[in-house]
Design a protein around this ligand. Structure first.
Ligand code: A3P
Length: 313
């Protein structure tokens, strides 16, 4: 039996798995992976590997909170555990379920201009490989930097398991253009096409605001996160009550990729190829038509969140 002094030391230095104190709840294709990886640059943040899908999938939810906790990374006292599962945002049961776990949790919602998000969603549905992959969510400049970036404990990101819904939509998307899928034969907008439905943010947002106070939810601007990540990350550090530790030194613009990549003391890393895909060219008349269609919906979203995101009309 170790002496009592060693026992207490072991207790205080030990890491443990904790339920998340913050969750990135969506929106899919708005930069949820980039946001999680960028936040992980902060020494006080630990991230769950992959997407846990605890609150949105009944078979997972039924396994209980202990199952969920075991999906979390080890963390030290004072560190914040974060997970991201983008489909939480659009799944009706999720807000109540999260509240039942922790009524004072902090929620991050990253959004993009809805037409761009819809095109990104279409691009993913069209191109995504059908097998569930366990490849890393990031690419690093060398094998050694891969290990040095895997800040223990925490682990690397793992691809989301493919949704059954996505499978069926992909079939429809593979051979048809975006324009064919978003417009009905009479020229009206096909609101039941999933990439359009999900971009109607206010239809989901009101449920979150019925369950959580506005102060508990931070709306992150995904278009600005692409343009210049730092101001968004500074807002998040404040929101999470963290000391400002993420800085300019953590980013460099990769001209080949066309996106910012991440840097810490030991390595550089870019998100992998499926993040930052080339989008197909969409007829500008269809883009304009969609922007007009979304305008009214965007205004409703702005009213709900009390912020104008300035999306083009
Ligand atoms: P595209 O691939 O359509 O450009 P999510 O992780 O929620 O699926 O979001 C994917 C999107 O994250 C990408 O959509 C890309 O635009 C965006 N993104 C934001 N910052 C990025 C970064 N630094 N590197 C790569 N993609 C980034």
């Amino acid at each position: 039996v170790p002496p009592p002094s060693l026992v207490s030391k072991a207790h205080f230095s030990r890491t443990n798995r904790h339920l998340p104190q913050a969750i990135i709840v969506g929106v899919r294709k708005c930069g949820t992976r980039a946001l999680l990886e960028m936040l992980f640059l902060h020494p006080q943040i630990q991230k769950a590997a992959g997407e846990v899908h605890f609150f949105d999938r009944d078979d997972n939810y039924e396994k209980g909170l202990e199952w969920y906790r075991k999906k979390m990374p080890y963390s030290l006292k004072g560190q914040i555990t974060i997970e991201k599962s983008p489909s939480y945002f659009v799944t009706p049961e999720v807000p109540e379920r999260i509240r039942a776990m922790n009524a004072s949790i902090k929620l991050l919602l990253i959004v993009r201009e809805p037409v761009t998000r819809a095109i990104s969603d279409y691009t993913q549905l069209r191109t995504r490989v059908s097998t569930t992959s366990t490849s890393s969510a990031v690419t690093t400049s060398s094998t050694s930097s891969l290990s040095s970036l895997a800040r223990p404990p925490g682990g690397g990101g793992i691809l989301t398991p493919t949704f059954a819904e996505e499978e069926s939509q992909r079939g429809a998307a593979s051979s048809r253009t975006f324009e064919e899928l978003v417009l009905r034969p009479d020229g009206s907008i096909n609101e039941s096409y999933r990439p359009i439905t999900i971009s109607l943010y206010h239809n989901y947002m009101h449920r979150w605001l019925e369950v959580f106070s506005r102060e508990q939810i931070l709306v992150v601007n995904g278009d600005q996160l692409i343009e210049d990540p730092l101001p968004q990350l500074k807002r998040i550090e404040m929101f999470l009550g963290l000391e400002p530790r993420i800085g300019r030194h953590n980013f460099y613009f990769n001209h080949t990729k066309g996106f910012y990549c991440l840097r810490n003391d030991t390595a550089d890393k870019c998100l992998r190829e499926s993040k930052g895909r080339k989008h197909p060219r969409v007829n500008p008349l269809v883009v304009s038509k969609l922007r007009r269609f979304f305008n009214e919906h965007n205004q409703r979203f702005y009213e709900l969140v009390g912020e104008d995101l300035g999306w083009p009309e």
